[in-house]
Design a protein around this ligand. Structure first.
Ligand code: ZN
Length: 156
């Protein structure tokens, strides 16, 4: 019998195990990305407007629910049953007002931040001017005064 028979057998088994592990790992990765895609899809569905009949996600632009087949009407992205036109119009109007308000606040916030930025820059340049004054006027003046005092003291 080949003395290396068992060594070879072991090597073969190791090789097969490694292959199986690799395959498992790849399957795991595939499952994971599939799961992520499903989650994304679910989130997208959940964000869709709900059918007023069955509560299922409904696709904008269709006049029948794809889940229950009942008739639906649209005002912008608001969905309702036929006969709810006025209700939807009011909802849409309120939504638009809220959106305008949001936009106005955003613009105001931007303006405020811009103003703060300008003020910060102003105070920064004021600070550097003070620093310059200190080093080029304050310090020489101080030295001058000290020298003057020393001279006066010597004079006595
Ligand atoms: Zn439905």
């Amino acid at each position: 019998m080949d003395p290396h028979f068992f060594d070879r057998l072991n090597a073969l088994q190791n090789y097969q195990n490694q292959h199986a592990n690799q395959a498992n790992l790849e399957q795991l990765e595939a499952n994971r990305s599939e799961l992520a895609a499903l989650r994304r899809q679910l989130a997208e569905e959940a964000n869709k407007p709900q059918c007023p009949h069955c509560g299922g996600p409904s696709e904008q632009g269709f006049d029948r629910c794809k889940n229950c087949g009942q008739e639906i009407i649209w005002y912008g992205h608001f969905v309702g049953k036929p006969g709810q036109e006025q209700h939807l119009a009011v909802a849409m109007q309120q939504y638009q007002i809220a959106e305008q308000e949001k936009q106005r606040q955003r613009a105001e916030n931007q303006k405020w931040q811009e103003q703060r930025r300008i003020e910060r820059n102003k105070s920064k340049s004021w600070n550097s001017l003070l620093t310059l004054l200190f080093w080029y006027v304050g310090v020489p003046l101080l030295i001058g005064v000290i020298l003057l005092i020393l001279k006066l003291v010597e004079g006595f």
